[in-house]
Design a protein around this ligand. Sequence first.
Ligand SMILES: *Cc1c(COP(=O)(O)O)cnc(C)c1O
Length: 471
Amino acid sequence: MTQAAPLTMGQQFGRRSWAEPWKIKMVEPLRMISRQERQAALSEAGYNTFLLRSDDVYIDLLTDSGTSAMSDRQWAGMMLGDEAYAGSRNYYNLESAIQSYYGYKYIVPTHQGRGAEHLISQAAIKPGQFVPGNMYFTTTRLHQELAGGVFVDVIIDEAHDSASLHPFKGDIDLDKLTALIERVGADKIAYVSLAGTVNMAGGQPVSMANVKALRGLCDRYGIKIYLDATRMAENAFFIQEQEDGYASTPIAAILREFCSYTDAAWMSAKKDSLVNIGGWLAVNDWDLFEELRNLVVVYEGLHTYGGLAGRDMEAMAIGIAESVQDDHIHARVGQVRYLGALLTAWDIPIVQPVGGHAIFLDARRFYPHIPQAQFPAQTLAAELYLDSGIRSMERGVVSAGRNKETGDHYYPRLELTRLTIPRRVYTQAHMDVVAEAVKTVYDARERTRGLRMVYEPKYLRFFQARFERLE
Ligand SMILES: *Cc1c(COP(=O)(O)O)cnc(C)c1O
């Protein structure tokens, strides 16, 4: 009996296959423990994947933050660390990489993204001011609130709908923003907090048309635009692919143009920039720079290292240049889409269109019988770990936290479990294993019960909260 030859994914999609623009030089063995051991580890971790030991994890899709594989060039750069307290040459390399790829004038390094968010929030928000943004991010909003700001979500409605196929679900709704400005007055707006590929919406991009129009609107009212540039290189890929007029523009040029419509940016370099630690702030305004450069010495370190070793800044400078290469970004997003295509073909509910850094399973549609107060996305992350040792994370009611005034949970419309793909770490075969595990958990969905929260920390509770299974 003859069997039909299996098709490659390229053949199934009617195109020639692409492959990663690198080969592997060093490997790290993976370990899978037994189901019984995973059950013990999960109970010990209070059903929170953040509390698992990494040694008990098989494929780690918790986050793409600081989990990238560095290149041989970056490792070589680590050996060129100039560990001077002040004026390290690696700082100047970092400064010129940010100036040339992002285009801002003045640079302040920080130990990671939230260090930068802390400084910019303290410097630019007066208590009682509003901070409109395209959906919140956990650490961003918290620092804005700690500085006395009031975050207002002005993202387009499509962003809150996991089934909407809008290509730029990260766009700001300019009518919502105008209404806010008219209601409170321009002087009560600290700045517009704009993020590329909106994490909480499923890694959804912002269009060039939207940021251009936003610039026009903000100029009319004299309002600044500050950009969370954490995944802007990935955002640039979507503009190249989806937006008219950019198909033959390099990612690097798209990134620069996008940043040119904004006044400042902060960065978690642990994402796009292919390093394990690092961040920065970059601004065009000298007075704001002065303030930030002064604050950084209080909270992070001198303004030429900001909490980083010289070698970390060197790896970051090299990583920035690698991160904007077209073939890198195409393979990066291509791998995320590969996993998305498998799950979509099997009718597993995920956020569409697939974003830049992760697949977001739609836990509401996955577990329609589990009410949001019983944490369906947290449950799904726990079940996936139990089945196969794959670690994911909750992005739903636990991440959303509580309303300070009423004490109630925020109940976000999106109740998601995120499978985040580290850059340059896993292969297509790992993606196959992940897809099959999700399918197994999906097939067992009707027998699955929700969770009860038994410990809740005060800030960013998703990191340390503990749960028990409901009987
Ligand atoms: C990770 C992240 C941050 C915070 O950066 P850290 O380096 O984790 O402190 C800020 N904004 C976005 C969009 C992020 O994904």
